[in-house]
Write a protein that binds this ligand. Sequence first.
Ligand SMILES: [Zn+2]
Length: 112
Amino acid sequence: MGKKHVALRTCVLCQRVRSKRELVRIVRTPEGAITVDEKGKAAGRGAYLCRNRACWENALARDRLDHALKTKLDAEDRERLLAYGRQLPDAKADRLDPTVSSGKGEGNLQHG
Ligand SMILES: [Zn+2]
């Protein structure tokens, strides 16, 4: 006894591996709703992001969550997730890969 298994998950944006506690789970429920799963226990397909504002903004800008959740986030979902991400700390020490050079969001992330 005494061996503790620490569940590790990967941030879908920066690919950093962290313990579940350090990440936030976003889940697509069986009903197709996209929600932030604070407890990490909701049923459905989940994706993880760091508790870091930049990861959320970039994940949304680059459609990383769409891929991870195998769905298409609608404008409402994006806004909700972005609002959630923006209240998280902006960890400047966390370097994102250099391909994330894009200018500030123009707001319009329309598809198709
Ligand atoms: Zn991250």
